[in-house]
Design a protein around this ligand. Structure first.
Ligand SMILES: CC(=O)N[C@H]1[C@@H](OP(=O)(O)OP(=O)(O)OC[C@H]2O[C@@H](n3ccc(=O)[nH]c3=O)[C@H](O)[C@@H]2O)O[C@H](CO)[C@@H](O)[C@@H]1O[C@H](C)C(=O)N[C@@H](C)C(=O)N[C@H](CCC(=O)O)C(=O)O
Ligand SMILES: Nc1ncnc2c1ncn2[C@@H]1O[C@H](COP(=O)(O)OP(=O)(O)OP(=O)(O)O)[C@@H](O)[C@H]1O
Ligand SMILES: N[C@H](CCC[C@H](N)C(=O)O)C(=O)O
Ligand SMILES: [Mg+2]
Length: 513
């Protein structure tokens, strides 16, 4: 594609250098925002970063054969330099143009909210696929379509990667794409250049304040997905109005554009006659056009909210209500989300991706409802991420679990002990609180610290008795642990399986003797 075509796309009216003639002739064969990925013929877009500035890599990009660069300041190079005011916007628009606006060839659905995006996305995908719609997905666990699956480095990929993936999906005959739109993805304009047909809002609670600074800015990013990117005529927002911020968002968007879901008054998609047990959720699902009895193998009130969002969106996509109910019935698990580790020891061992205070609280309360025995929680908090979550998560585990093993999550470049100290502060604070009805008071000595996650999982499982639950929280589907700058193989599910296998062997040995 000619550079002049991309230049028009990135923003007419933003300055370019004076090599107009050359710009007309330059051919661009790819778009990159990382200099070390540049091949000859690529356009390199220099993005402002958290720790570094893409401008510092322009020369590297040129040396690797970049045909032109997009920057925010004029630079003296022997290739064309297009100067723009907003490099992220330029990256998104150039990529959308380069890949021929793939989102306009697809029905694109974006899901945002602090918790529940992956679960809602996978449930909705299941509903669409079962009805025969070729559906692709872009999210935390992976990106996949038509039997192909790719590792995801980011929940919402950088703009040029995103446009590339969407283009491949459209070329493979995919008709619908469901993607998680993270707050980073919105704030960093990774989703600019996409046309969304439908948006889903799950909920808002604390996360990512290391990046957004405060809850107001975080909320603004979530809101902006709907006010800035879901603007096409006919586009619809499905909003969980059981969430306070969901109600605020629905009021902002107005009746015409949104479908409210939840138990509250005014919901157009809602449940009735609910009951919850170890085998899931039962009730009647009221869609806009019909109502049906349903059973979901997923557990807990929070998953009910995910189900309502997915069902409302599927109905908008034209899926028949009966097919929606059948899909709910046959969707039993999202990897790493309350994933049960089977064993013959009568222990309820779960691996769950709860890494926010709200997620952890919901999961612990759900376990309290469905598990007869004690709840033992093995957990830590990520390093180089929102520190404010740590004491809150400590406090929640202290209040809602019976025993806790505080350990490391992904410490990244932080000292594991420092993260644990932040968590333990929350546990101590909780002891000042009056006991709650939902769980027993946290007893002196009923938590322990073991920074080595492998050992912590062993401790947690070994402390359990028949009938107890062990919740291994925070890392879910992750198959690695990031310590310092190293990414080491680690999977909570495999670790738990191993400990359980040893324990089962021990029981077998005892019975033999
Ligand atoms: C906070 C954040 O989002 N950071 C992203 C950001 O990194 P950064 O700002 O630190 O980049 P930098 O290292 O300062 O470099 C600045 C620029 O120089 C470029 N560069 C850098 C080195 C080099 O050799 N050559 C080069 O060109 C980089 O490509 C970058 O464009 O830009 C990089 C690419 O442009 C991203 O890879 C990186 O994501 C990091 C890996 C990350 O962990 N992001 C997480 C927090 C994230 O985005 N999470 C969300 C939320 C998940 C959820 O809630 O589910 C997600 O969507 O995944
Ligand atoms: N609707 C919900 N409300 C609160 N907590 C939830 C909800 N759905 C799931 N959770 C909890 O949050 C964890 C993460 O769920 P999920 O992966 O679906 O969310 P996500 O928004 O995609 O998270 P991330 O931003 O990390 O990708 C689950 O393991 C569960 O503990
Ligand atoms: N999407 C989340 C993942 C956190 C997972 C947790 N295991 C951690 O490392 O903090 C984030 O980017 O903050
Ligand atoms: Mg996710």
């Amino acid at each position: 594609m000619k550079l002049s075509t991309l230049m028009a796309a990135v923003n007419a009216g933003q300055g370019a250098d004076d090599r107009q003639q050359e710009i007309q002739e330059v051919e661009i064969t790819g778009i990159q925002y990382r200099s070390d990925r540049v091949s000859p013929g690529d356009l390199f877009v220099a993005l402002p970063g958290q720790s570094r500035d893409g401008h510092d890599f322009v020369e590297d990009a040129a040396a690797r054969g970049a045909a032109a660069v997009v920057t925010r300041k004029s630079m003296n190079l022997n290739i064309p330099v297009l100067v723009v005011r907003d490099a992220r916007d330029a990256l998104a628009k150039a990529a959308a143009r380069f890949y021929d606006h793939p989102s306009e060839k697809l029905t694109l659905i974006g899901i945002t909210g602090t918790n529940g995006k992956t679960t809602t996305a996978m449930l909705l995908e299941h509903m669409l696929r079962r009805s025969g719609l070729p559906t692709g997905m872009i999210g935390t666990i992976n990106y996949h379509y038509e039997g192909k699956s790719f590792k995801s480095r980011l929940t919402t990929p950088e703009a040029s990667d995103l446009q590339h993936i969407l283009a491949n999906m459209a070329a493979a005959g995919v008709s619908h794409v469901i993607m998680e739109a993270s707050s980073h993805g919105v704030a960093l304009q990774r989703v600019a250049g996409c046309r969304f047909s439908l948006g889903i809002f799950t909920n808002l609670s604390q996360d990512h304040l290391d990046f957004h600074g405060n809850m107001e800015a975080y909320w603004e990013a979530k809101k902006a997905f709907f006010t800035r990117y879901l603007r096409e005529p006919g586009s619809v927002a499905v909003i969980n109005t059981d969430d306070k911020k969901g109600r605020e968002l629905a009021d902002i968007l107005g009746q015409k554009r949104c479908i409210r879901t939840g138990l509250g008054n005014g919901s157009r998609v809602y449940p009735s006659g609910l009951s919850f047990d170890q085998h899931g959720i039962y009730g009647r699902l009221h869609l806009q056009s019909a109502s049906f009895p349903f059973h979901s193998p997923l557990a807990g009130q929070f998953n009910l909210e995910n189900i309502l969002c997915a069902a409302a969106a599927a109905e908008v996509m034209g899926i028949a209500p009966r097919a929606i109910c059948e899909a709910i019935e046959t969707f039993s698990m999202v990897p790493g989300r309350l994933e049960r580790i089977p064993n013959t020891l009568d222990r309820h061992v779960f691996v769950d991706f709860s890494h926010t205070p709200a997620a952890l609280k919901n999961v612990l309360l759900t376990l309290r409802e469905i598990i007869p025995g004690r709840i033992i929680c093995v957990f830590g908090c990520g390093g180089d991420r929102d520190r404010g979550k740590r004491p809150q998560m400590g406090e929640i585990v202290a209040r809602y679990a019976d025993l806790a093993v505080v350990t490391s999550d992904n410490p990244r470049t932080e000292e594991p002990g420092d993260i644990i100290v932040d968590i333990v502060k929350g546990i101590h604070d909780a002891r000042q609180l009056p006991p709650l009805q939902v769980g027993p008071e946290f007893e002196q000595g009923s938590f322990t610290v073991e920074p080595d996650r492998k050992k912590a999982i062993r401790l947690g499982i070994r402390a359990s008795h028949p009938g107890d639950a062990v919740l291994i929280a925070g890392k879910g589907h992750e198959t690695y642990q990031i310590i310092g700058h190293q990414t080491l193989a680690f999977d909570d599910r495999l670790e738990a399986q191993q400990v359980l296998a040893w324990e089962m062997d021990d029981v077998a040995d005892t019975l033999d003797h």
